[in-house]
Ligand binder design. Structure first.
Ligand SMILES: [Zn+2]
Length: 386
């Protein structure tokens, strides 16, 4: 079979080292001339003692460090704009995002906002960012979003809607993977973020238009690493090998879906995050089962391939292997301890039609789904997840 034309972009400079964040200053000083650094993170990481050694290493390497620690989950526009305003008064010349997906997403946007006059409101959508950005380094502390290698930032606009900025400028210049930073992540967050990463790999692998050989290779290896290590990392957060493989797997999945975008699981998950302020990974875990079963009518051959990638036991035809893949994912989610029903996380029955209506706003994602999803279908899927 001949190949379709495809493009592939990722961060050019990636460094992986257990404990590497304690040398972040030296790692950055050898790569960038800039020395007035903005370090974007959240209070929880400061209280956990993760930021102080990083700050010390930056200062020791000659950086003047401004700390922004006001990142919150589901970050609203006001946090992004507040951070950018503060950075402008400090004449920042390099931005470092260190934290979960929210910290990294904000860092990516702030690096653009400081360097340009374009308003944030004009950046939503695909390819709408104009101009360049400041140097940008990203250090994830969860094995989940893959935000460190994607060109996407997700921001909560208004009360409940999540909007994405997708632009080439949001790819960072440098990524450090230090799995030691993920050791203290509680089991439920390890589970939810790990499942999110698996969803990235699965949705990239079945993406309707941009699926390509490079994203496929990354998604397969990501899924292998993540499925082999999710339960070990959940059971013992100090398991170094499992933590390292989860973080690597999450990044590979991020590289895959940055080029072959995610679809209906994410489209249906975002309204749950917006209305109920549930963590992103958890909302994906809640919607994964119903969407996999729904998509199987078209995606079964690909799910069967993924069953082999994950070494799911058994044999059989495509349908049997696809079913085995879906069943294996459900088992993994159960073993990880992630909640599985909407009602378990206090989603109410009477909100499902509103959620279905909201999900239709995620057309950027829905177009990538292997099977079309109408508002009625979305409602059926929420009901199934309830
Ligand atoms: Zn995700």
């Amino acid at each position: 079979m001949t190949s379709n034309a495809f493009g592939f972009t990722t961060v050019a400079d990636i460094f992986v080292e257990w404990g590497g964040s304690k040398q972040l200053g030296a790692l950055l000083a050898s790569r960038f001339d800039a020395r007035r650094a903005l370090l974007i993170t959240d209070r929880g990481l400061i209280e956990a003692g993760l930021i102080e050694p990083v700050e010390k290493s930056l200062v020791a390497a000659g950086f003047n460090v401004t700390l922004f620690d006001q990142v919150v989950a589901d970050p609203p526009e006001s946090v992004v704009l507040g951070c950018a305003d503060m950075a402008k008064t400090k004449q920042i010349d390099i931005v470092i995002g260190l934290g979960g997906g929210s910290s990294l997403d904000i860092a990516k946007l702030v690096a653009v906002l400081i360097a340009n006059d374009q308003p944030l409101t004009e950046m939503y959508g695909i390819g709408n960012v104009k101009g360049n950005r400041l140097p940008l380094a990203l250090v994830p502390t969860t094995a989940g979003t893959g935000s460190e290698v994607t060109n996407i930032s997700i921001i909560t606009t208004g009360e409940t809607t999540k909007m994405g900025v997708v632009s080439r400028q949001l790819y960072g210049d440098f990524v450090l993977l230090d799995a030691e930073l993920t050791v203290g992540l509680p089991q439920i967050h390890t589970a939810a973020t790990g499942i999110d990463a698996m969803v990235h790999a699965i949705e990239a692998y079945t993406s309707k238009f941009k699926k390509n050989p490079l994203s496929d290779a990354l998604a397969r290896e990501a899924l292998r690493l993540l499925s082999d290590n999710l339960i070990a990392a959940c059971k013992d957060g100090t398991n170094r090998a499992a933590r390292e493989k989860m973080l690597l797997g999450a990044m590979l999945a991020g590289q895959a879906f940055a080029n072959s975008p995610v679809a209906a699981v994410h489209a249906l998950a975002y309204p749950l995050g917006g209305h109920y302020h549930l963590p992103h990974g958890l909302t994906n875990a809640l919607m994964l089962g119903p969407v996999l079963r729904y998509n199987a009518k078209v995606a079964a051959p690909l799910y069967a391939e993924l069953a082999d990638v994950m070494a799911v036991p058994g044999t059989g035809n495509v349908t049997a292997r696809s079913d085995a893949f879906v069943a294996h994912m459900l088992t993994l989610m159960d073993e990880s301890g992630a909640p599985r029903r909407l009602r378990d996380v206090k989603v109410t029955d009477n909100s499902l039609s509103m959620l279905a209506k909201d999900a239709m706003k995620q057309s950027r994602l829905l177009v990538n789904n292997p099977v079309e999803i109408t508002e009625e279908d979305a409602l059926t899927l929420y009901r199934e997840a309830f």
